[in-house]
Design a binder for this molecule. Structure first.
Ligand code: SAH
Length: 247
């Protein structure tokens, strides 16, 4: 009998931010295939004897190539196991969860998804930054800043003129270029902006600066991936809304 794979979102970092459904899946798993962004504390929820497969990736380096990750999932399922593919945030927000689901379906393997809280929203909230606010932003745009095959990932000129909150994932290696391109295309240099590193974990660090100073200040302060870049007036609300994040 072929097994089944659940693509489960682990949330942005705080283990308490995983869904009840996801946790129940994890507690019944026979194999867990997990990413670098998953809080390792969650792995303690897997039952005794459960196989643990670490397929963690690092920015710009892929220690385990994607086809091999797909193959691990396929092999585990073909051995009849209940497999949890545990991914940071939401499984379908970047991170190639949808490609994994496709690969499984193509092999006729049953696959289900358990959504998670994406860092793009929940990670900002943990830093006291609401992604929308009636007076400041009536839309938000979540984009990747990661270059694929040397190609520019976004048309920054188009994004610069949108009035909503701009959230950039995987953008830290390009932060200078991104901020400069946005300003060049008309985004005001004094737009409130922030970098949120390791959101919702005890190591969370937040840096707020005007868009024109963000790249330099975050570099000087040693900010690095995993981090969210957020640009828009909602960042100014952090002064009032920043909470500890603990339950
Ligand atoms: N599926 C994930 C995103 C995967 S892409 C989600 O929904 O959150 C990986 C990027 O997500 C990182 O480079 C970083 O930009 C962002 N990210 C994920 N977890 C984060 C965290 N705890 N703090 C800051 N950024 C995070």
């Amino acid at each position: 009998m072929t097994g089944k794979v659940w693509l489960v979102g682990a949330g942005p970092g705080d283990p308490g931010l995983m869904t009840v459904k996801g946790l129940n899946c994890l507690r019944e798993a026979q194999a867990v295939v997990f990413d670098r962004l998953v809080n390792p504390i969650l792995l303690q929820e897997a039952p005794a004897g459960c196989e643990l497969h670490d397929v963690g990736k690092e920015a710009n380096r892929h220690p385990i190539p994607q086809p091999q990750i797909n193959q691990i999932l396929i092999d585990c399922a073909r051995r009849g196991l209940r497999v949890v593919r545990l991914k940071g945030g939401d499984p379908f927000v970047f991170g190639r969860g949808s490609e994994e689901a496709q690969a499984l379906r193509e092999c006729g393997i049953e696959c289900d998804v358990v959504p998670g809280i994406t860092s793009a929203i929940g990670g900002l909230a943990a830093a006291g930054i609401p992604v929308t606010h009636r007076d400041f932003a009536s839309s938000f745009h979540v984009v990747t800043g990661h270059l694929q095959d040397g190609k520019e990932p976004q048309d920054w000129g188009k994004l610069a003129v949108l009035p909503g909150t701009l959230v950039i994932l995987m953008g830290m290696s390009q932060i200078q270029t991104i901020c400069a391109a946005l300003i060049c295309a008309g985004k005001p240099a004094d737009t409130p902006a922030a970098v949120v590193m390791r959101a919702s974990t005890p190591e969370q660090k937040v840096l707020c600066a005007p868009l024109s100073a963000l790249a330099q200040e975050s570099e000087d302060a040693g900010f690095h991936a995993p981090a969210l870049i957020v640009i828009g007036s909602v960042v100014s609300l952090r002064e009032i809304l920043a909470f500890s994040g603990s339950a």
